[in-house]
Design a protein. Structure first.
Length: 100
């Protein structure tokens, strides 16, 4: 009885490893095509998200100026500028309309 159980477990593990390799290749082959945004998404982006992005950019710039002495002492001025000014600016001005 012990030998049959051991052989069954080994057979199960081999089958599981075989099926796992086939499944991962099937998942990897899935294509995600980018769809054009709808008119509603563009409208919501223009009316809601762009003004919020501008407000975030202004607030981030003010926080950057306030935190500049501390960032300079810590040696992370570029990281602070990137997080507080550059990322909100890119989100607001360089992102395609309707692309969240």
């Amino acid at each position: 009885m012990h030998k049959i159980a051991k052989q069954s477990i080994i057979l199960f593990l081999i089958a599981a490893l075989l099926f796992a390799t086939f499944g991962s290749s099937a998942i990897a082959s899935v294509d995600f095509e980018k769809k054009d945004p709808s008119a509603g998404a563009m409208f919501a982006d223009f009316i809601l998200l762009r003004p919020v992005g501008i407000i975030g950019l202004v607030a981030g710039s003010a926080l950057f100026v306030i935190s500049l002495p501390f960032s300079a002492l810590g040696g992370n001025v570029k990281a602070a500028a990137r997080s507080l000014v550059v990322k909100p600016a890119k989100y607001t001005f360089t992102r395609p309309l309707g692309d969240f």
